[in-house]
Design a protein around this ligand. Structure first.
Ligand code: PCA
Length: 323
């Protein structure tokens, strides 16, 4: 009997010990509001992994920047303060110029080209993230980026001096090259920036304009220049990743692939529906005229040159694979 109890206690402690080492909990930092399609998609991904992992991995989502703000998430995941998170890739050009390839104007102006560009760049990006201690899971684009303005824009001259909300180096550069005055502001602060008059124009998706009810801040015009499709990516801290057994790692990757497919479809839907929502809210939704289009294309060509100087042979290899 004594021996039996002895073995029982060993077995019990083994079970307890293995449960401790096998049951992981990840906090997932999301910058955008719970209603945003990226957040909704990530939440479904987290729920699926949690349910299917048989208690081995629980992913708890924190949308709306409630755990870390957009600008903090990359570092938070890298340092393991959050095990998993989502970040707007092209805001990370200083980490690696390849992360901003999807925000180069007029390089990929349709969903199919955006997908081609993604496929051409993904391995190199995943490799570079790996060297920073991160595991790349999936990426989903925002709908086509368009120009918002409080005032009507009919000529290059109308852009001069406009106080412009930028979200990455590429949009700062566009503003500089078109004579606007850029300030970098995270999505969470857009409404405030427009309502206080700190800015009066920006380039972003119909989705972000709709989510912010941007028309309530005096923004009347949306010009659908559809110049690029920037993506959000989901990344995991490598130490956290290595604590999972291989079956759970496989499950996460499988659910990530599913979330990626769903996310691209949601984005495509939003690209149509959210533009309609802007028009339904009374905004003027249209295209820029030929003179302005040519001007933006010229700016795009200059930026392409600047980017390839920065991205060097790695960038050239990805562009070759894309074209
Ligand atoms: N919305 C985000 C990034 C791109 C987009 O469409 C933003 O405006 O910050």
């Amino acid at each position: 009997m004594k021996l039996f109890k002895y073995f029982l206690s060993i077995i019990a402690s083994l079970i307890i010990f293995s449960n401790i080492s096998l049951a992981e909990k990840w906090d997932m930092a999301l910058a955008y509001g719970a209603g945003n399609f990226h957040s909704a998609n990530a939440t479904e991904f987290a729920k699926n992994v949690t349910e299917k992992s048989g208690g081995k991995l629980t992913i708890v989502t924190h949308p709306g920047g409630s755990l870390f703000k957009g600008g903090e998430i990359f570092r938070a995941v890298r340092t393991g303060q959050a095990q998993i998170g989502e970040r707007f890739m092209s805001a990370l050009g200083k980490e690696d110029p390849l992360l901003e390839i999807d925000s180069q104007p007029f390089l990929a102006t349709s969903y199919s080209d955006a997908m081609k560009l993604y496929k051409a760049s993904k391995d190199e990006i995943a490799k570079s993230l790996d060297s920073k201690g991160l595991v790349f899971l999936y990426a989903v684009p925002w709908p086509a980026q368009g120009l918002y303005s409080k005032k009507e824009i009919n000529s290059v001259g109308d852009l001069k001096g406009l106080k412009f909300r930028a979200y990455n180096s590429a949009t700062i550069r566009i503003a500089e090259l078109t004579g606007m005055a850029p300030t970098k502001i995270e999505a969470a602060e857009i409404s405030q920036a427009f309502s206080t008059g700190a800015v009066e124009s920006m380039i972003t998706s119909p989705t972000t304009g709709k989510n912010k009810k941007i028309w309530e801040n005096g923004v009347k015009y949306f010009y659908d220049i559809a110049a690029w499709f920037p993506k959000n990516m989901i990344i995991v801290n490598k130490d956290a990743w290595n604590k999972l057994d291989s079956a759970t790692q496989e499950l996460v990757m499988q659910q990530a692939a599913l979330a990626e497919r769903k996310g691209w479809n949601l984005s495509k839907k939003g690209n149509v529906a959210d533009k309609k929502a802007l028009a339904d809210a009374g905004m003027q939704v249209g295209k820029v005229n030929a003179q302005l289009k040519a001007h933006f294309e010229e700016v795009g060509a200059k930026m392409a040159q600047e980017w390839s100087d920065k991205a060097g042979s790695r960038g050239a290899a990805v562009l070759d694979a894309y074209k």
